[in-house]
Ligand binder design. Sequence first.
Ligand code: C5P
Length: 407
Amino acid sequence: MQPIIKKKILLGVTGGIAAYKSAELVRQLVKAGAEVRVVMTPAAREFVQPLTYQALSGHRVYVDLFDAQADSAMDHIELARWCDLMLVAPASADFLGKMVAGYADNLLLTLCLASRQPVAVAPAMNQQMFANAATTANLEQLQARGVLVWGPDAGEQACGEVGPGRMLEPAQLLANIETQLQPGKLQGVEVLLTAGPTREAIDPVRYISNRSSGKMGYALAGAALRAGANVTLVSGPVSLSAPSGVKLLRVVSAGQMHDAVMRAVANSDIFIGCAAVSDYRVDGEADHKLKKSTQAMSLQLLPTTDILAAVSALDKRPFCVGFAAETRDLEKYALAKLQQKNLDIIAANLVADGSGGFETDFNRLEVFWPGGGHSIAQASKPEVAKQLIDLIGERYTGALSDNPSTT
Ligand code: C5P
């Protein structure tokens, strides 16, 4: 593991008794060579004085919005941009709820909204508060949006109760930060991705499409970006915003997606086909809205071009990763697709068993490559995306050293 010397950590402290442990975390981070700035919520001041963190970090502590604005060297947006990673520890139930709702009524909340860097939270609260459905739902939402949730631990609590809700120990939080800040496996690599559904027009107001939300593809774009890649995302119609830094090309139909990919592919090292591309389009889209009648009607459908297969058949092909959404015989169909489409990796998920897939925030994947495979356990799509990008990074680097002419 590479050291975190000179890495910039923004530590947010909210109102909870575990705030005293964050002082120890600051000490350990500084000892490990990191630069630390501390932001406290007003409630945190009830537990620990800012001076404690100031003495340990060697920098002034920010408490409210107007502090940061008064500091011409570092306003609140700059503070958010300054860091390599932001960690809120302890993160109280109240703070997590406000993060979910997008509140910005104190400096730390504004920083969470303004951050482009990874944001982690270390929840700390009474075990009953942690078990409450509101807290569980809040943490799930944050995870689905890409916030890293570290902990909590279980054990004896300050209030005397026993159960899950203790903040992770400073040494564990330091280890998590170190892991998170390891250099990306795809530094400088060009990644081209497809995501979302496509729409095949029947007439100007109707279309054929599918239930893909685009969440997995967008999570992969974010994970590839964080792994150091330059990312181009060709997206069908979804209601998501692309992670900032991603080059987004919006398309509607399978034909448009194909053309956009073919224009961009020459520059790419890795192609990930995550879109649920329509397999058919309507032969002879009507110019005007079709009128209803009591008669049966039929549509003639023509197959679309398989974008992934077309990319993998190129003479100078990128490293190709495909997806297989199946409702049964997952491994059999996935392995067949791996071979038929001449892929380097296929990531397969069952879309019928409720553990992930279309329209959900969670997923689990069975990943296969020629001669091997790996399971990614059920987790939020951003977490699954991170693990898949790590795996792609390893296989891609291996392919480069096995065969320098792969790309
Ligand atoms: O054959 P099937 O549609 O199940 O394969 C799914 C994989 O192929 C996905 O990676 C999907 O993005 C890709 N695909 C494609 N173009 C199509 C159909 C599927 O790129 N027309």
